[in-house]
Write a protein that binds this ligand. Sequence first.
Ligand code: ADP
Ligand code: MG
Length: 694
Amino acid sequence: MRPAILNPLFADITVLTGVGPKIAALITRAAGPRIVDLLLTPPTGLVDRTFQPKVADAPEGRIVTLEITVDRHEAPPKGRRLPYKIICSDETGFLTLVFFHARADYLIKQLPEGARRLVSGKVEDFNGARQMTHPDYIADPEKPGDMPLHEAVYPLTAGLSAAVMRKAAAQAVARAPALDEWQEPNWFAKHHWKNWKDAIETVHAPSAQEELSLLSPARQRLAYDELLANQLALALIRKARVKTKGRAIKGDGKLIAIAKKALPFSLTGAQTEALKEIFADMRSNERMVRLLQGDVGSGKTIVAFFAMLGAIEAGAQAALMAPTEILARQHMESLSELAAATGVRMDILTGRDKGAARTEKLTRLKNGEIDIMMGTHALFQEGVAFKDLALAVIDEQHRFGVRQRIALTQKGPKPDLLVMTATPIPRTLALTAYGDMEHSRITEKPPGRKPVDTRAIPMNRLDEMIAAVKRAAAEGNQAYWVCPLVEESDIIDLTAAEERFESLKAVLGDRVGLVHGRMSGPDKDAVMEKFYRGDLSVLIATTVIEVGVNAPNATIMIIEHAERFGLAQLHQLRGRVGRGDKQSSCILLYKPPLGETAKARLKVLRDTEDGFVIAEEDLRLRGAGDFLGAAQSGFPRFRLADIAVHGELLAAARDDATMIIDRDPELRTPRGEALRTLLYLFSRDDAVKLLSAG
Ligand code: ADP
Ligand code: MG
């Protein structure tokens, strides 16, 4: 149970003064629905009112605080549209205060003639006269406390005013309780950090630009807390899993030896290494949960197949689940020769299987007459039962949810799990997202691949590109054409893609196909299938083309508005071509002019085809927020930490978490109790539950 001391923080923001249902909806969009969300959303800017020049010296457009004398109120305006004006001055010049829709009695009270006042806001020049429209603050110089010299600026959303958000955040901060320290005493002392409550107060009350820095001591402390909560939760989940004993799968190596002979090539060093790690896991009687990362085309499928052979040698079964039907069929086809050579009985189960044929397949599966079952989501549905599933492999795992992963592993007695992804993830990110898994990386491509000729070309040469695609199609080549991805609106995406579809159809006739995010799965599959069979020369796509699909004749990848894609995405897209033995090219169409970062990003892509290098660079160039924004979902979003900046803190948090689990596995010591509070603070109730379950 969440410690009572945290309960006030988990109350709804509507308990705050000035936050009704309407405002609450806006704050929820900007920060979250609970008070703790406000606490954990740091300000991103600062209004500084300490600059107090004389009227004559006040620069236009910058926030200034001026001490003036109120000379006189002009006669109230006749029309409602006209402003109410108050003439003021200091010894250097005049300043007119301007108010629209003002109430004269209120202004006379606030700014009586002859009084001295502090006014703060932006000064403009209007027809040669200095004026300030609607000052942010009006205060008596005798009571300067009425005007804050510094104000935090929070991330906002349309309709939410800075002042409303600031007031809500201030109330949240005022509710922050003092909490027992969960940080390791030596580490804490070494950094001269403040306690949690002080750090929260400091971060929410910046008084200088550098206090907004991700590297300010208070922010670092809070970032570390967030990272520690993440790493500790992952460590607990991992430990709980290891404790549930798996089974030791030991093959005799016979099938693998046959398969190796039958292969027309030998495994790369990276593939061999990954297999060694996988087999070591399978042999142990702990449950394997391993992530296999490797670029598109790095040869993960063969690795998975060999791992599955290991399970079959041990007399058990294996499953391979892919996100789409077409991908599952491709795996089936590409492995059929090896299956025949080894005598492995392989079959496929998808949503298309119905009625008697399906029943018959399921019976054979249940009786152990199928060794490897390939398939889609259909694999983990009810009614699907294995005789003895020992290894489940999931391809393109980010396309599946955790629940689906679990559903598949429930088809056997604690089967080992191998998940694969072609999205290289920076090391830091892998730690935060997949810290509960073991990792293998295939960093080397099979020999003989021709690098893809990658070029950045401005959009105004579009006609040339269309002509080039036409020539290539005439020679029997195929091209992918990816249209802009505007996250805000798939309707705009769709229009852009449909326009491109029309313009290419005018040139190429019915050899052009279109897939987009609003099509149903089967419709999409049908178009993809046509492209894969060679019935289409050009495939236009709005969404990222189905991962993993292999069309060896596709030699051209054109990406419109390449500047809008993440580097990792561009790299993934490029990986669709360059699979056959022909020279391939990737054209990055961009809208000029390109900013410096965009230029640097396109250069990285031209310079290397190593997905891991590209991922690290992308993270470095764009920072964690943007990187994650463009990446697939499923990555944790930190609010205080930024892994592009706080990489070292992350490494330390990981070590810290390991040590904690070692010394105080049930979090029973006083520090352990405080760490439980930390986990609850960051809503990692899931991890704490594993503790009480013992
Ligand atoms: P991915 O990692 O994208 O799933 P695949 O497993 O589909 O990659 O492999 C891509 C291609 O590379 C396949 O045609 C496969 O047969 C081939 N391949 C895999 N390993 C090797 C190797 N060691 N040497 C040569 N070709 C290989
Ligand atoms: Mg693959």
